[in-house]
Design a protein around this ligand. Structure first.
Ligand SMILES: [Mn+2]
Length: 432
């Protein structure tokens, strides 16, 4: 990123960081001593954490909403270029979010090359493309009211397939390597839908999309237990998703959105199963209390997020070859979306760092000896380690902010955008 393309003045970040520098040096040294006593080299952990990144969903930088209302904030992005600017701010202040995941048609623009260059100038590349066949667009020939890829009507299915192919074409121009497919297809009444036929129709449509995937692309199938269909959904759970992915072929994998499960479902176990099957596509990180709440990652259940990363780190430690995509998928209703996304990115990074601290050899031994208490204590020891100084040091080393939210507020970015961007009427907030 050249000096002229910095969205936040680097001098401001440096001045903010200077306020924390002395404390950080002391805290980092102390954490280093603690980890050394456990046989861990803090600098080695730091290098792994520094290489970690999570994608920002373009729709996340606008205020989301519920079925009841949306309360937009000041300076909301008006179009995809504004979204890229906000994502650039997040990346500049955290250096943990090097990619953006776009959603079509919410992010349609007239010049994809210009968008790719604008993103690159802000240090950003593009992660998975997200298609939308869960809502109707103006001028669309066939409605998705009763489904899309699994619709009973062949012309509607063909239209949904065509949209996904268009998303792949756009993604190729942007350097993306994956298409995430989530459908709202399902039913609201017992008897409304023939379960097996609907799934067969989905597979038939998905095969056509799969056939159009470039050789180095992945198709990420996202399951969801309910909403907008509240009795059944066609890709309801990881079982249906895995069945579809295995039917389609090696480029099809299963994407785990943490909010798309019933409360108390053991998501880390699902992650382990998908890793074992070679079918873990990646994640949409968020948190929830009751359902698909799309709360900020780790805001309610940070231990669960840690346990997910524990499975990932364990698999990597054991030499399992896999390459999960990490993305946030949140809806921000009461916070500044940029502040929430920065906080969530750091929270995800924190869970990864904590999982790196688990004593794998000791855990293996405890499991083999059926020493349940020691095994769970080993996980808790990692989870309860405050890795804040390590994360701060990673950011400081990369020229990001030691305190991202503090630096963001000091920068006045939101106030400047409020003056530059007229209030939006609708915006691209959404929950997928
Ligand atoms: Mn999602």
């Amino acid at each position: 990123m050249s000096a002229t393309q910095h969205l936040i003045d680097p001098a401001l970040i440096a001045a903010e960081n200077a306020k924390h520098a002395a404390h950080l040096a002391s805290d980092y040294a102390h954490l280093g001593e603690q980890l050394a006593r456990r046989g861990l080299d803090i600098d080695a952990v730091r290098a792994q954490v520094a290489a970690f990144g999570v994608a920002i969903p373009s729709w996340g930088v606008g205020t989301g909403g519920t079925r009841f209302a949306r309360f937009p904030g000041p300076g909301e992005p008006r179009h995809v270029f504004d979204k890229i600017d906000d994502c650039g701010v997040i990346q500049q202040l955290t250096r943990a979010t090097p990619t953006v995941s776009l959603h079509i048609p919410w992010d349609l623009c007239s010049d994809w090359r210009e968008l790719r260059e604008a993103a690159a100038a802000r240090g950003l590349a593009f992660d998975a493309m997200n298609s939308n066949t869960f809502s109707d667009q103006p001028g669309q020939a066939h409605s998705y009211k009763f489904g899309s890829l699994s619709h009973t009507d062949a012309a509607t299915r063909a239209q949904a397939v065509e949209h996904n192919l268009a998303c792949i074409e756009i993604g190729q121009q942007l350097g993306s390597k994956a298409l995430t497919v989530w459908v709202g297809d399902g039913s609201n009444f017992p008897g409304q839908q023939h379960f097996r036929r609907a799934f067969d129709r989905y597979l038939d449509s998905a095969r056509q999309i799969y056939a159009a995937l470039p050789g180095d692309w992945r198709m990420m199938l996202e399951h969801k237990i309910c909403e907008p269909a509240f009795y059944s959904t066609v890709i309801q759970d990881w079982g249906s998703s895995l069945l579809a992915a295995q039917t389609l072929g090696p480029k099809a994998q299963c994407l785990v959105d943490l909010g798309h499960h019933a409360p108390n479902v053991n998501i880390e176990l699902i992650v382990a199963r998908l890793i074992a099957a070679g079918k873990l596509a990646g994640f949409h990180f968020n948190d929830s209390k009751y359902g698909d709440d799309d709360l900020d990652a780790g805001s309610v259940s940070p231990y669960r997020l840690f346990l997910v990363f524990n499975e990932l780190v364990a698999a990597a430690h054991e030499g399992v070859a896999f390459d999960p995509a990490y993305m946030l998928d949140q809806s921000h209703n009461v916070t500044d979306p940029i502040e929430s996304l920065m906080t969530s990115a750091v929270q995800v990074q924190r869970s990864y760092a904590q999982a790196l601290l688990v004593d794998r050899a000791a855990l293996d031994a405890a499991q083999d000896a059926n020493d349940a208490l020691t095994a769970t204590h080993l996980l808790k020891a990692a989870f309860q380690t405050d890795v804040t100084p390590l994360l701060q040091r990673v950011r400081a080393d990369a020229g990001a902010a030691i305190d991202p939210v503090g630096a963001y507020r000091a920068s006045g970015w939101r106030q400047r955008m409020a003056a530059q961007r007229p209030a939006s009427r609708a915006g691209g907030g959404g929950i997928v």
